[in-house]
Design a protein around this ligand. Structure first.
Ligand SMILES: Cc1ncc(COP(=O)(O)O)c(C=O)c1O
Length: 476
């Protein structure tokens, strides 16, 4: 599918839009409705993102409309926060009904929705207790505090010596504790001093993990990891890794903390990505799709021996567990179950990868790898053959063809549409990628100046690894 305007121009070959290819706005006087809004945001809002220049005005299911009425297919789904599809009627009904009755009690008092939500989470995921928060990063912060508290109280780690082990290439959000684990220099430079008490290990390397556990295990409270790394580019660990992590955490009495904020809630074809190896982490963090793409809802799940280490007054959030979020959370979980979205993600995801693999066969020079699980997928581009065209440039062209995707790092495009996406919509998305490579790429390759410097390598300031560089990196 393409935008209405593009559909017209597609018959002539390429879409010919006058669009700004980046964050710098066009002159406001001549700007369209969308462009005016982009300009306004640029003027009035911090420049902490580099969005693809499309303005969302309405959305339903997998479709999004801009203020001009052009329709697009959403292949990002708000980084997996919209697993159930935009504006799902059951979630909207729950939101509206609850909004009319009660929206906020704060945890200074009880409300009649949160206990039901907590029980629902307990029944689905099999943990004794839930600690509700709002954003994913808050969920991660909560899990880190919980692990430290458990470490001191139960494991008897000496005061202020608790260590959290996390993975190179991880992404757990943007707060200070969380960026203290990051390998992304953009996320960390200029924000020091970072929090102490963090040790990093290569993702997917159980041998390296055991070495760290052996050396410092008596001071390690938790191992925090994404079962599939999302921001790093949908990186799937080797088979058996999750089981090995489980065994090592049990052996060294270390909490296994799975950040399922992006990979959880049916995205990979299972309710949790850890289910792929049937392992049960000690702590699970949920977010994003728990709020059904409507409001921020996150939760930390653990058994009593861990969760009850936190006592009244030691942690909380004014909005965590609010009745509106709880009603939306219940409906969001119901939709995942009632519509069999985990199974759907598994089947439809395989279909998407088949389509992408065919495109890779046609353009092996441009696509290095197609990988994913369920509808959690990435296309890894060959930056050497594409240079100076970046994944962002490809996403701009996809947008002109009516498909919305966002790059992660220089050469990876993440494809994570709503799990309710139809097969026809899926095919339209794949066709757009095909057409960009077939029709648009030769033109933009010519148009891009040849003297563009290759991107800097991503050698992590702290662990010294070049995580996001592909072997074909132009600078090498
Ligand atoms: C694995 C993971 N954890 C945590 C977060 C942070 O979530 P939020 O942006 O809601 O704070 C993200 C966000 O992308 C994520 O992917």
């Amino acid at each position: 599918m393409a935008t209405r305007r593009c559909l017209r121009s597609l018959s002539n070959g390429l879409c010919q839009g006058t669009r700004s290819f980046g964050a710098v706005p066009e002159a406001t006087a001549s700007a369209s409705g969308s462009q005016k809004l982009i300009n306004l945001e640029y003027e009035c809002s911090a420049h902490n993102y580099h969005p693809v220049p499309i303005v969302f005005s309405e959305a339903k299911g997998s479709s999004v409309w801009d203020p001009e009425g052009n329709r697009y297919l959403d292949f990002l789904a708000a980084y997996s926060a919209v697993n159930q599809g935009h504006g799902h009627p059951k979630i909207m009904k729950a939101l509206q009904e609850q909004a009319q009755r009660l929206t906020l009690s704060s945890r200074a008092f009880y409300n009649d929705k949160f206990p039901i939500f907590a029980e629902r989470l307990r029944n689905i995921f099999g943990y004794d207790m839930v600690l509700p928060m709002n954003t994913g990063a808050e969920g991660v912060e909560t899990a880190l505090k919980l692990a430290r508290k458990w470490g001191y109280e139960k494991k008897k780690i000496p005061k202020d010596e608790a260590i959290i082990v996390s993975c190179c290439g991880c992404f757990h959000g943007r707060t200070l504790a969380v960026i203290s684990m990051s390998c992304d220099n953009e996320a960390t430079r200029g924000f020091g001093p970072l929090l102490p008490g963090h040790v990093k290990v290569d993702f997917g390397d159980a041998v390296a993990l055991e070495k760290i556990f052996k050396e410092s295990g008596d001071r390690i409270a938790g191992f925090l990891f994404e079962p599939i790394q999302g921001e790093a580019g949908v990186v799937i660990p080797p088979d058996g890794y999750l089981k090995a992590v489980r065994d090592l955490c049990s052996k060294y009495n270390i909490l296994m903390i799975a950040d399922e904020v992006q990979s959880g809630l049916a995205r990979t074809g299972k309710m949790l990505a850890c289910d792929w190896e049937e392992v049960r982490p000690d702590v699970v963090i949920l977010g994003k799709a728990l709020g059904g793409g409507v409001i921020p809802v996150s939760a930390v799940l653990a058994d009593k021996d861990v969760m009850l280490c936190i006592q009244p007054g030691e942690h909380g959030s004014t909005f965590g567990g609010n009745p509106l979020a709880s009603a939306v959370g219940i409906a969001s979980l119901d939709v995942l179950r009632d519509e069999g979205l985990a199974e759907r993600s598994s089947q439809v995801g395989q279909e998407l990868r088949n389509q992408l693999l065919k495109i890779q066969q046609q353009y092996p020079n441009y696509i290095k790898e197609v990988r994913g699980r369920g509808l959690f997928n990435a296309v890894v581009l060959n930056s050497k053959s594409l240079f100076p065209i970046s994944a962002y440039d490809i996403c701009l062209k996809l947008k002109e063809r009516g498909v919305l995707a966002k790059p992660t790092h220089d050469s990876i495009i993440r494809l994570t549409p709503p799990l309710s996406i139809s097969l026809d919509e899926l095919r339209e998305g794949s066709k757009a990628l095909h057409d960009v490579l077939e029709l648009d790429l030769p033109k933009i390759q010519k148009a891009k100046p040849e003297h563009v410097s290759p991107t800097n390598s991503h050698i992590c300031d702290r662990c010294g690894r070049d995580l996001y560089a592909s072997p074909d990196k132009v600078s090498e």
